[in-house]
Design a binder for this molecule. Sequence first.
Ligand code: NAP
Ligand code: GDD
Length: 334
Amino acid sequence: KAFITGINGQDGSYLAEYLLEKDYDVYGIVRRNSVAEHQESRINHLDGLVTTEYGDLLDVSSLERMIRTIKPDEIYNIAAQSHVKISFQIPEYTSDVNALGPLRLLEIIRHYKRKKIKFYQASSSEMFGKSKPPQNESTIFQPRSVYAISKIFAFNSVVHYREAYGIHASNGILFNHESPRRGNSFVTKKIVESIAQIKSGKIKSFKLGNLDAERDWGYAPEYVEAMWLMLQQEEPSDLVIATGETHSVREFIERAFKIAGYKIYWEGNGLDEVGKCSESNEVLVSIDPYYFRPTEVDTLHGNASKAEKILGWKAKTKFNELVKIMMEFELKKN
Ligand code: NAP
Ligand code: GDD
């Protein structure tokens, strides 16, 4: 039996599918939304296959009730206020959910002695912050946002509960991973969605922030497999999961436009920089400082060789293929 927090998120939904294929009984908590369709929007197709209840990482009694009634073998804590930029606006809430949420779960596990529950924590490459690339398990954390700080608190809680109480608790330090199910306020999904809308004539252009940030972007369905593998090991551990390839936001834009049949070129500098269509010379992309962050993580580039050695896991889908999957999905939708 598996209990997934954040089951309706990008990763939670792929993880639920993955565990169902492995014959798990899958349970999860969902949050009330004023628009009923949004509550289970990414897992509607799993209706009748997974069991969900209302719950929240801020509501201990809902977590305790779920764990005591389900008696899960594995808990995947995937839920979070997962948007880095938004953590600058709601730092206290972000910390309550992302830092204290996992601590609440670990405390429940610690006091629930019936059987050994294995625990997975969704840690993040954002914790590395300004540490120089490539980053691996020995790289120090130099956080650049409250999101990262909250994730470091959770990371350390996992290590502590493992050492102090012998809990099988592991941190997956996942680098950015995307998919057609990615939320559209994250840069990759925003880019492909906007390009598809340009192509279908719904919009003329779109605005972005820092084009020079570099990320190690992988494919989400492969990353949930690494989560499961980590809990199948005799010894819990903390592992980096990444592709080992890094590309800029700018490269992502160029590649996505190319797949959609456009060639673009860049003109101007700083806030005045624009991306124009080579054929029509019309502006397709411009800069809006609203999307800048007070502090930025410039480059993330993961080294996942430890995960390859311990789990036998390696990223298969690299940058070009990922952009293709995401762009083609949006083009078909529009
Ligand atoms: P996501 O799509 O934003 O999903 C997050 C899920 O958490 C959503 O289902 C959300 O519920 C739920 N949630 C938010 N606050 C909650 C709360 N207080 N109580 C219960 N549930 C709550 O994020 P994701 O991309 O799948 O990422 C999954 C996890 O991995 C997150 O912890 C994220 O921080 C971490 N992570 C992600 C990446 C990445 O590149 N994707 C990389 C490293 C780490 P609603 O459906 O109601 O919104
Ligand atoms: N969201 C967004 N929107 N980002 C933009 C934009 C924009 O309009 N324009 C440029 N960017 C830049 C951001 O400044 C950042 O450097 C980069 O694009 C990626 O931003 P996001 O897609 O929002 O992801 P993230 O790297 O900040 O965070 C994601 O990855 C982390 C792992 O490293 C999230 O999934 C986190 O939950 C995750 O922990």
